[in-house]
Design a protein around this ligand. Structure first.
Ligand SMILES: [Zn+2]
Ligand SMILES: [Zn+2]
Length: 661
């Protein structure tokens, strides 16, 4: 029974329900008919339940379930698909379901728990489900009322929800699915895939207001499979958390943190050791972009060319979409997506994950890496660990890390031009960067180009209030004054005055060169989510408004790499005055950014250009920049295996620090 499949150093990620296990679960008379924990050597829980290596049942949370005779026979039979399946289980010996009230009282168990959970969902109530790598919140995706109830309780205004469909046929009825998409949906990774929505489907608009895409996926555990088959309609299936906290995965904690959100809990007695969220992926014409890297991908090691002899480095990452990376033996192991570190729970999870990653892989780092920003929870953790372990801590500029991450992913060892465009990250001059063209060589970089900085009243908080970016940008271009008529509706009189006073006195108005904030400013000018929204919402609205429309770009003035947006903003205001719509202006704005990318690439003059930063989650922008640079003869590289957003920062930090002296 002590079988070790990780002999080649492969630690398996959690894998989606395979076809054979789905069939066994669905077939009357089979041993595992309607059993929600069916798995085999091709599917089931792995990383989320393995305490330590070697991978053996006794080292997983399944050690609490002694195998019955029938399971032992299957486990030991090389001809059986359960051969050496460490988490093997059946209704006789394996985990069981229970339905709980938020106070922990048991309402039902086993099949009865499943049946009552179905009824709860059909009534439009909120179900907390203990899934594979954590708790999820489920409601009927066809009921606007149910979805709005979840939004209110979760304090989540209009951030899109992912939707799980009972089967491929129902998913196809709601979204555009080609054969590459179909293959991904049915893959062992079974990610949430961002698809184009079809009009007039049963999925309520409240799922993702104003968003032409839908995050869709298929049941990936037998529990989801059984539940969705009986509910027989699409369900919102979102990480079990409140607002910006990380996903709950421990039973007691889940009841406390989700008790005010869920009406009932469908839980089970198989402990989850570490939270593994659902991965999110988008497929473009030329390949996938992984927007959230977790289930199905973590903890796969990715070899990095040129780092075989590099020192072992632990990198603590950024502040949002946090990850931790371990560079060891020429490979990088990136932790699962951990969410934002704004809450105490988030900071605690980061700390646990960093130590877990080292323990799990038996790694002893000789250097630590973190961001330049002194207030990130990741920076503070890095400082504490450096002191505890007596290790050198090296701080890596945020956009340098972005560019280095993309270069490392593509094995680029020579100098590259990095276009690192995102919300904000601390620059080495103390301002907030985010519209950067860097020339990266070895462990060093030079700033080749950037957006001319403008003040951001309220600082990083402006990310949720695009009108602040518009106000700061206009102030920097034209000085104090009344809001242009187009912005007036976004401001109550005193608001505008207050911001103008802050700007005049330089109060809490740091300078930024952020293209993410430029997106926000332009979105506010064309009246898209000007007042408030989730980070990136206004930029997404601008992307969707542009669609695939092609319009002439606005002009830029470039002075030694510093891009002055004055002419561009004048162009936007003139178009508004002439009665042009948001789609026209958004298309021109996107085209201008492709022009800027080309101007910076030419100024830097290197053949390889890497694209990184949250702005490159924008499919239209990425496509335009790639096409423009490609036509001019540049080799353009974008993230594939790691996210373009701050999820890649820990990787970039690790490679920069590994290359230092
Ligand atoms: Zn299976
Ligand atoms: Zn059994």
């Amino acid at each position: 029974m002590h079988l070790r499949i990780e002999a080649q150093g492969v630690v398996p990620p959690d894998l989606a329900l395979c076809a054979a296990c789905a069939e066994e679960t669905d077939t009357p008379g089979e041993r595992r008919y309607r059993y929600p924990f069916t798995n085999c050597s091709h599917c089931g829980p792995r990383y989320s339940i393995i305490a330590r290596l070697p991978y053996d049942r006794s080292q997983t949370t399944m050690q609490a379930f002694p195998l019955c005779r029938a399971c032992v026979r299957e486990f030991e039979d090389p001809a059986d698909r359960h051969f050496r399946a460490q988490p093997i289980a059946c209704p006789v010996c394996g985990p069981r379901l229970s339905l709980l009230r938020p106070d922990g009282g048991i309402l039902a168990e086993g099949e009865e728990a499943l049946g009552q959970a179905v009824a709860v969902l059909k009534e439009g109530q909120v179900l907390a489900l203990k899934g594979l790598g954590g708790y999820q919140l489920l409601v009927d995706a066809t009921s606007a009322e149910a979805v709005l109830r979840l939004r209110e309780r979760q304090r989540r205004e209009d951030k899109p929800f992912a939707v799980m469909f009972p089967d491929l046929a129902s998913l196809r009825a709601a979204c555009e699915v080609g054969s590459p998409e179909q293959a991904l949906l049915a893959s062992p990774e079974a990610p949430i895939l961002l698809l184009w929505r079809k009009p007039g489907t049963q999925v309520t608009e409240a799922i993702a207001p104003g968003n032409p895409r839908l995050g869709a996926f298929l049941p990936y555990t037998p529990l989801h499979h059984l539940l969705l088959a009986v509910v027989d309609r699409p369900l919102v299936c979102t990480s079990g958390n409140l607002s910006d906290e990380p996903m709950a995965f421990e039973d007691g904690d889940a009841l406390i943190r989700l008790g005010g959100i869920a009406d009932v809990f469908l839980a089970h007695d198989r402990p989850i050791l570490r939270p593994v969220d659902d991965s999110v992926l988008r497929l473009d014409g030329d390949g996938p972009t992984l927007l959230r890297r977790a289930r199905g991908f973590t903890p796969l090691a990715v070899p990095l060319a040129g780092f075989t002899d590099a020192p072992t480095v632990l990198a603590l990452g950024a502040h949002r979409k946090a990850t931790v990376s371990l560079l060891q033996g020429g490979q990088v192991i990136m932790s699962q997506y951990l969410g934002d570190l704004t809450s105490l729970e988030g900071a605690d999870l980061l700390s646990r994950t960093a130590e877990d990653l080292l323990d799990f892989f038996g790694a002893t780092p000789v250097r630590l890496a973190c961001d330049l920003h002194p207030d990130y929870a990741s920076t503070r953790l890095a400082e504490r660990l450096a002191a505890d372990w007596q290790l050198p801590l090296l701080r890596v500029q945020h956009h340098h890390a972005h560019g280095a991450a993309c270069a490392a992913e593509h094995g680029l060892e020579g100098p590259v031009t990095a276009l690192a465009w995102d919300g904000t990250g601390l620059g080495d001059d103390g301002t907030l960067w985010g519209g950067e063209a860097l020339r990266i060589e070895g462990p060093a970089y030079t700033r080749v180009g950037h957006l001319r900085p403008f003040p951001l009243p309220g600082g990083e908080a402006a990310g949720r209030e695009p009108r602040r970016s518009a106000c700061g940008l206009l102030w920097s271009l034209r000085g104090a004054g009344l809001p242009p008529p187009v912005l007036a509706p976004a401001f109550d009189g005193p608001d505008w005055k207050l911001l103008q006073t802050m700007l005049a006195k330089g109060l809490h108005s740091p300078l930024t060169s952020s293209i993410g904030r430029l997106f926000d400013a332009v979105a506010a000018l064309v009246s898209l989510h000007a007042r408030r929204g989730f980070e990136g919402q206004a930029a997404m609205a601008l992307e969707f408004a542009a669609g695939s429309r092609v319009e002439p770009p606005y002009a830029w003035e470039l002075d030694e790499g510093v891009a002055d947006p004055s002419a561009m903003v004048d162009g936007v205001l003139a178009d508004l005055a002439a009665g042009h719509d948001a789609a026209f202006i958004a298309a021109r704005f996107h085209a201008s950014l492709a022009d800027l990318a080309l101007a910076w690439a030419q100024l830097s003059g290197l053949p390889d250009v890497v694209l990184s930063g949250g702005c490159f989650q924008n499919a239209r922008l990425t496509e335009l920049v790639q096409a423009r640079l490609g036509a001019a003869g540049f080799r353009v590289h974008r993230h594939r295996l790691f996210p373009p957003n701050d999820g890649c920062i820990s990787l970039g930090q690790a490679v920069v620090v590994a290359r230092q002296g």
